[in-house]
Design a protein around this ligand. Sequence first.
Ligand code: HEM
Length: 457
Amino acid sequence: MGNASPHGEQRSAELNLPPGPSYPTPFHYFKELKAGPLEFYRGLIEEYGDIACVKMWPRCQVVVAHPRHFRHVLINEIERYPKGITFARRKDIGGEGLFFSEGNLWKTQRRMMMPSFRRSALVDLIPHMTIGANAFVERMEKRIGEPAFNIAPDTAKVAMDVACRAFFGSDILDRAQALHEALWASSQYTGYVSTNPLAPPLWFPTKRNRQARGALKTMYGAIDELIAENRARGDEDNVLARLNANVADGQMTEQQLRYEMWTLLNAGHETTATTLAFAFALLSENPQARERVEQEAATLGSRPVTHEGLSSLEFTQRVVRETLRLFPPAWGTGRECVEEDVIDGYRIPAKSILTTLFYVAQKNPVYWDEPERFDPDRFLPERSVDRPAESWCPFGLGGRSCIGEDFALMEATIILASVAQRIELRLEPGAPVEGQVFGIGPLRPARGISMTVHRRA
Ligand code: HEM
């Protein structure tokens, strides 16, 4: 735990707060932050070190960027640091689904949902991934010869397609666009309420609230339809089919099931879509890596990826990890400190917001040689031994880490390999590959990812 000490003697009103700037009100602070959160936080860490504090009324925000701080907040002191106020307003949209719930409800739900996401259970979901991947390649093949286009909406479509097949057992491509737009609109809304302390409650009739309520109606309407279709078919081989059994035996309410299905769809599609878009761009910029992915894919012949085939795609798996290091969609997360603490000899007052900057640790030259360079082999076991596990955490850490980590890694690997079997995606010469955080939402391609499609030689 390094010198982060939660207990006893060190806790004292005499200790200083971590160093950092002061703002008269949260409004002044959010105005500056929203202009470029990553740049703002990086600047803070450069100026003050791995722990900094933004002081304002009525609570301060402590920003941490060292792996030992992540371990402290997200693992060792998990009870002291619930999600609390940092995610509270987002419940307007996602209700009490796994991402936002806390305490006993979260524990019970996590226990019920975990079996669907264990590696052994994911084997059954691989066919959904390969069908979605194949459909994506077919859509891309139709675009051979077209001028450059932004691939990000297409990666969103494939991620949505796979999520709907694996989670609901449904082919929803005809509805995917409307659903994606509604999810996007709701994510804009949650970004807004998280940075506007005076944002009116969702029922209040403002234009923004009306739009958010419209998005909610579309999303939950689609979810209800997907649940009904799943039950009518009597499915057995997807996540919803398993959760239906929990509803049938009274362990989960219908409303909770709707929240969970929304959560899976929301948490499990845009993040993967972003990862794919950046991975295609990085492979195009690094032809040697692309050739290695193609060589691995060639060992599968023209067959779809199977569970056994997946284990031979070791380099492709490292490409996914390296993409997530350079462009982590979840560049950090937030917690509320509910009981005073001490970290690195600094006082952390109760009610402080803790922000863990995964993005900064994933580019720290202490752990990552030439951190800006794309080098998937840095994830080889022999090159990883000297690195703390917490220096790479695109899926978070501890009890509340991503339930879909293995699912996302498998899915992205399968889609990269399926593309490499048949086509090549080429970045338009000179097109930028940059991440940007809009509002304080996830990291996304700043201006899309402009690519052309080519038949493999
Ligand atoms: C590349 C893809 C993904 C990334 C980068 C990602 C990232 C994350 C992160 C960082 C967290 C922790 C948030 C926190 O500590 O506050 C998280 C939680 C979560 N993710 Fe993912 N995720 C991805 C894919 C998925 C997928 C495919 C699913 C659906 C199966 C999913 C479902 C969830 C859920 C339900 C939680 C909340 C878990 C809990 O609190 O118990 N994610 N994700």
